[in-house]
Design a protein around this ligand. Sequence first.
Ligand code: LRH
Ligand code: MN
Ligand code: MN
Length: 388
Amino acid sequence: MSILSSDNLAALEQQGIELPSWAFGNSGTRFKVFGTPGTPRDPWEKIADAAQVNKYTALAPSVALHIPWDLVDSFSDLRKHAEDLGVTLGTINSNTFQDDDYKFGALTHEDAAIRQKAIDHHLACIDVMDATGSRDLKIWLAEGSNYPGQADLRGRQDRLQESLQQIYARLGDDQRLVLEYKFFEPAFYHTDVPDWGTSYAQVSSLGDKAMVCLDTGHHAPGTNIEFIVMQLLRLGKLGSFDFNSRFYADDDLIVGAADPFQLFRILFEVVRGGGLNNPDVAFMLDQCHNVEDKIPGQIRSVLNVQEMTARALIVDRDALTAAQKSGDVLAANAVFMDAFYTDVRPALAEWRESRGLAADPMKAYAESGYQQKIAADRVGGVQAGWGA
Ligand code: LRH
Ligand code: MN
Ligand code: MN
């Protein structure tokens, strides 16, 4: 008998993880961007590659776009292209971090004309959402200051709220805004949305269609991220995840690579808090593949999330509750760790085969010849990068 119950399998079957279009482009550090043969040259090819991840895993039914990196003449054509390949277009990410006008802020800028330009960009993103059928507008702001005294911290919060109100007012009935926080970078002294509390305060005063986005790489080292997950679920304000992993800063490495135990702890709080397969909580990846091939990098990522979800699902919750209630510290911890140490991979492989999928999606992709084909076909032209 499988270690995964039929209820567990039913939950896993529903799981969907959104892929970031930019994970398929070239990326790097400020020192060097290494190109990879076969890298997509445009958004159409990024979506074709994302569809491969879904083909081998049945886990990645949608693709997030970044505007203007993924600007095309017709978003309805792009939507049709995605749907023909068996995926949908998901979250639209705005970008106010690559324009000289935003050197000292965008939605928080002292100059009303620059604030308006940034607001208009978000309104244009909502137009894109109307065409793509996307539900969520994801806002991450690269705003802040480098030196104490440089900026009026309070004034910037007030301007941020006013700007967000104007964007919020343009959302359709079925659309949402998710506000992503990050405690540093590119500004190093303060950022305007540094933590979940600030994001929560800003979105709470907007209304029900505004939620918090939690990027796992955006916290100070040692932060108890699963506590934040618990709290946001408890408050009904966890709108989405940007999953990735990190050793030092915002490394954007493959989710579960740096700290599998942390991913397990996060997913346990998701499961316990009713966040799994909850339409209000979007699971997304936000990663870059600087030195590894991108499609298998994304396949590995969604499989890591699936494996840790399976382990979180098999925690013996009754035994855990009993141990917690009786104050049996070691028994409670043992129940938790038993699930974490359980290798669910053979059971998942068997289950995949029973659904007509390859037992080992990494191997199936490697043997498919797709990587060689794109490397041969996509010569010439400009490879898409993280910022193009
Ligand atoms: C910022 C961030 C945000 C951006 C993405 C490219 O660090 O996590 O989500 O949109 O990276
Ligand atoms: Mn992110
Ligand atoms: Mn980030």
